[in-house]
Design a protein around this ligand. Structure first.
Ligand code: ASP
Length: 349
């Protein structure tokens, strides 16, 4: 074929249009960021061993990398938080999924929630006992039902009908958590000797057993389209009573997400997080006081402390600003930036 001037001009025009489109796409592309936590609590260096520390850091790193892979593939922030939380739910190190704590009756009752910052759609499950990854069930509630929250048997029937994996209740048994329950019960009876043990011998956490309520996991992500998502999953509190539900599955308490403000996931003494509607409060402060995600998180952590509660918060806004704050001695936490650089922390820096 003979190349004429006409061909040449057409080719140049097409080339310029696609170059402009590519540039526009790059300009509109958001940073991709992922933040995770694996619970806040009395995590002291003296109760840790180098091996235990390395195990926690490896698990957080894997969660960050799995979530980041989703973002890298151009998938949504929802896919990223779900993937990151699944890794921690499958690890016996965290109080979620496989490593969930025991109730007073010796059962594992799991709670989880997820929220989409673009649509403000949300889903949650509470008190489920046979779902391997409760956060997947929360997402199914959000996407496949007309509801936001389902509890107990109903949540399980629905999640199973949507293809969520079930496991026998024995799947959730871990020796470490069982012993934690036994110690909590002894101490409740006034037997302080329950805590005469060396926490370094336990493979889970540097958390002292007196601290019954920590180890929840959560994630917040920002995807390539600039959308935020947040998710939280937990076994709740060791020795919790009949049907107790904490903050983690409650939208506005343990999880909240709005593209206009931030994505937020919490860990800590759930009763206080519910009373202060902590996750929603962080969002409201950003919206109504026009303050940064760091300032809002700091203020809410201080309000939590004033009321007598403790715990931590992770938050991420649409510009990629990250806040990870807590008033306990430690919080398992980490971030991965758009270049795939991972930073994980346990203690106060
Ligand atoms: N917030 C959770 C609850 O109270 C516990 C945790 O964060 O570990 O159920």
């Amino acid at each position: 074929m003979k190349i004429t001037i006409k061909h040449y001009l057409l080719f140049t025009l097409l080339f310029s249009v696609s170059a402009i489109k590519a540039q526009r796409f790059a300009e509109n592309q958001s940073k991709i960021v992922l933040v995770v936590h694996g619970g806040a609590g009395t995590i002291n260096k003296k109760n840790m061993t180098p091996e235990k520390e390395a195990n926690y850091k490896a698990a957080l790193t894997l969660a960050l990398q799995k979530g980041f892979n989703e973002l890298k593939l151009g998938k949504s922030a929802l896919d990223a938080v779900q993937a990151a939380v699944n890794v921690m739910e499958d690890s016996p190190l965290f109080n979620a999924g496989k490593g969930a704590v025991f109730t007073n009756e010796g059962k594992n009752e799991l709670d989880a929630s997820i929220m989409d910052g673009r649509t403000l759609k949300a889903g949650a499950v509470a008190g489920v006992t046979s779902l391997k990854n409760p956060v997947n069930a929360a997402r199914a509630v959000m996407e496949k039902s007309q509801h936001v929250m389902m509890v107990g048997k109903g949540a399980e029937i629905f999640a199973t009908s949507q293809g969520c994996e079930t496991v026998p209740t024995s799947y959730f048994f871990t020796q470490e958590r069982w012993q934690q329950l036994e110690r909590a019960k002894k101490s409740e009876m006034g037997d302080r000797s329950a805590y005469n043990f060396d926490p370094r011998e336990s493979m889970i956490s540097g958390v002292s057993d007196e601290d019954k309520k920590f180890g929840t996991v959560g994630a917040v992500a920002l995807d390539i389209n600039g959308d935020l998502a947040a998710a939280t999953s937990t076994g709740g509190m060791t020795n919790k009573r009949y049907g107790r539900v904490g903050d983690s599955p409650i939208i506005g308490a343990g999880t909240y997400c709005n593209n206009l403000t931030a994505g937020i996931s919490c860990t800590g003494w759930g009763e206080y997080y519910i009373r202060l509607a902590i996750a929603n409060r962080v969002s409201n402060l950003i919206e109504f006081k026009n303050i940064s995600v760091e300032e809002a998180t700091k203020q809410v952590i201080s309000e939590l402390g004033n009321l007598g509660g403790d715990g931590g918060i992770i938050a991420l806004d649409q510009k990629g600003n990250v806040a990870m704050d807590f008033n306990t001695s430690g919080m398992y936490r980490g971030t991965i930036d758009e270049n795939g650089n991972v930073s994980v922390y346990i203690f106060k820096n």
